[in-house]
Ligand binder design. Structure first.
Ligand code: PMP
Length: 371
């Protein structure tokens, strides 16, 4: 830390992204990326001419992409805000939309960045415990005195609230912004976007990072009442008006034109999720019912840290969180069926090394047949 850093940032606990080790090639199941490449038309959109045009600033209004998104989601262009990854929208919302109370409510177990943004803007963070089964009790967010932020489906649990429950949160907080972070909604969840027409306090946040295989392009968007969108634009034009680069704008438009491609990839991921969940259950894991592109799982034979380390040694990265309430669990991104089979084989090897896993040997041949 230099002597120049403002005192108010000196104790910040920063967000720690999933590791991206470069020492060897891993099967990466730790950061919820898509195992599939972008649609061929997206790759084609980044041609020589597009690269030559990098000398020019991009359109600060992002008019073409916003128009297409508005069409896709059945809203007006003034209901859409685009950002350099959805983290940027969350950043602005914590910065500017926490309103009168300077307080923000979010689930105790959720996306780690919420706490970081709350600290960054010195907001009072109310971390609401989950139920013992890791579900969110919507009643905890009704009639509160601050902004509400809920990932739906939640991460890393994969569990979702119903639209009716979200409606109750919105109804009971007419003077607070309610952010529904739908990073994973395309893998079987129900989007709150249709509620935007009814609620001026709803900000829905989505991303191209997961279901549209564009984590590296950094493209997120918010859908909300036009006034909330204008607020986000006010912050954007006070920080970085050219927040989406030219190549990402082109890729985003091409991705929206390739909706069928992405739907079929999401369907595959959902299918592989069910397959992996039942295979893991067969190996003695507890698996939460996920509506996302990851599974949150607990082995009945080893701790989360132990499994993470053992799989990493075998070339497979999964995510482990050290916070006490979830330290027995791991979050595993759904890859291709082939990647999942390699992971399942490696887990069986690891369990077999554990002498207490005699039962496994009896079950192994059955498991193999199931695949
Ligand atoms: N919300 C949640 C719940 C996430 O898991 C992530 C990805 N880490 C994000 C938002 C941010 O995604 P991105 O910035 O890539 O759009």
């Amino acid at each position: 830390m230099s002597k120049f850093l403002n005192e108010k940032y000196q104790n910040l606990e920063v967000y720690v992204p999933g590791e991206q080790p470069q020492d060897m090639e891993y099967i990466k199941l730790n950061t919820n990326e898509s195992p599939y490449p972008p649609a061929p038309s997206v790759i084609k959109a980044i041609d020589q001419a597009a690269v030559s045009d990098l000398r020019l600033y991009p359109d600060p209004e992002c008019a073409g992409l916003i128009k297409k998104l508005a069409c896709s989601y059945g809203v007006k262009p003034e209901n859409i805000y685009l950002s350099n990854g959805s983290d940027d929208i969350l950043n602005f919302a914590f910065m500017a939309l926490s309103g009168f109370w300077g307080k923000v409510y979010f689930p105790e177990i959720s996306y780690g960045f919420y706490q970081v943004y709350a600290d960054l803007y010195q907001l009072d963070a109310v971390k609401v415990p989950l139920r013992p089964d890791f579900s969110i009790d919507y009643k905890d967010y009704c009639g509160v005195q601050g902004m509400v932020v809920i990932a739906n489906p939640n991460a890393p649990t994969g569990l979702a609230l119903s639209l009716e429950e979200i409606r109750k949160i919105l109804d009971s907080n007419p003077d607070q912004v309610v952010i529904i972070d739908e990073a994973y909604v395309d893998f079987g969840g129900t989007s709150a976007v249709p509620l935007v027409a009814e609620y001026d306090n709803l900000l829905v946040v989505q991303t191209f990072s997961k279901s549209r295989s564009m984590a590296g392009a950094r493209l997120g968007f918010a859908i909300a009442n036009a006034e909330l969108i204008a607020d986000l634009n006010r912050i954007k034009y006070s920080t970085n008006p050219y927040n989406i680069n030219r190549l990402t704008l082109l890729a985003g438009e091409a991705a929206l034109d390739a909706a069928d491609y992405y739907q079929s990839r999401c369907a595959k991921i959902i299918e592989t999720r069910a397959y992996t969940a039942s295979a893991l259950e067969g190996l003695g894991f507890t698996v939460l019912p996920s509506l996302t592109n990851f599974l949150f799982v607990k082995s009945d034979h080893m701790g989360g840290q132990q499994l993470y380390e053992a799989l990493k040694a075998k070339g497979i990265l999964i995510r482990h969180f050290s916070s006490p309430k979830i330290q027995d669990y791991n979050r595993i991104t759904i890859g291709t069926r082939e990647q999942m089979n390699v992971m399942l084989d490696r887990i069986q090897e690891i369990l077999r090394q554990d002498t207490s896993a005699d039962w496994l040997n009896a079950n192994t041949s059955k498991n193999r047949k199931d695949r």
